[in-house]
Design a protein around this ligand. Structure first.
Ligand code: 5RP
Length: 235
């Protein structure tokens, strides 16, 4: 039986085929990116297989990994586009390639990255692939810190679900994102589509971004116990 890391690593190797010397590369966040994809990329840069790249991190997690390697992290303000962004997701719909992201709390900057990227490649393991995102699945939503309670109550009233303000370990109170905001996790209601939810979030003041990524994936590589599944998106 292959470990989760093995499944992710074989998918990450496929994602690396989209990375070439001279590119501007966007890097998503989370354990797949930080523990599996980034070390493989860093090794190729260290050994000179990939040269002259600029790396744009979506979080302090990945920024620190870049800096620890002795590499430079480019800021969003220094670039106008990204050749390719490599990222992961919490869950991915097999056909539509709609993903939910933000388990690691970096979806605001990950969405900005995806919006300026010519290609977006996902690295996943088979546990994250579904036909449809099930009701109850938590959608991460970044909200202005000082409005978190108000927005939570508004969303609960509008959707009839229990919304949680995200808390973590190592700090009491709400998790504060790298951009200084709070996160609420909103369970997908029984009778609502992801398109509807995306519109709803976009039309609720105080919400800065949500974790629904639709129509942005170019390829998803899924590590399975019988090899890597390649899913091609429309972008
Ligand atoms: C961070 C993300 C991550 O891609 C997502 O949470 C998956 O993380 P992991 O690789 O740890 O399963 O969206 O904002």
């Amino acid at each position: 039986m292959r470990s989760l890391t093995d499944l992710r690593r074989q998918a990450a190797e496929k994602a690396l085929t989209h990375v070439e010397s001279g590119m501007i590369i966007g890097l998503g966040s989370g354990s797949t990116m930080g523990d599996v994809f980034f070390p493989l990329l860093a090794e190729r840069i260290r050994t000179g297989v990939i040269k002259d790249v600029r790396l744009v991190p979506s979080s302090r997690q990945i920024e620190f990994k870049i800096l620890e390697e002795g590499l430079e992290a480019a800021s969003f303000n220094q670039i106008e586009y990204v050749d390719v962004t490599i990222d992961s997701a919490d869950i991915l719909e097999r056909e539509s390639l709609t993903a939910i992201k933000g388990g690691g709390g970096a979806m605001l900057l990950e969405k900005v990255l995806s919006s300026v990227s010519r290609k977006m490649i996902l690295v996943l393991d088979e546990r994250k692939i579904v036909d449809k995102v099930p009701p109850g699945f938590p959608i991460p939503v970044e909200v202005l810190q000082n409005l978190a309670l108000l927005v939570k109550k508004r969303v609960e009233k509008a959707l009839g679900v229990n919304v949680k303000i995200r808390t973590g370990s190592g700090k009491v109170g709400p998790v504060i994102t790298d951009s200084g905001n709070a996160i609420i996790d909103v369970p997908l209601p029984e009778n609502r589509s992801l398109d509807w939810m995306d519109d709803f979030f976009k039309n609720t003041p105080g919400i800065l971004e949500n974790g629904i990524f639709k129509g942005v994936v170019s390829y998803a590589y899924v590590g399975t116990s019988s090899g890597v599944l390649e899913l091609k998106g429309r972008r």
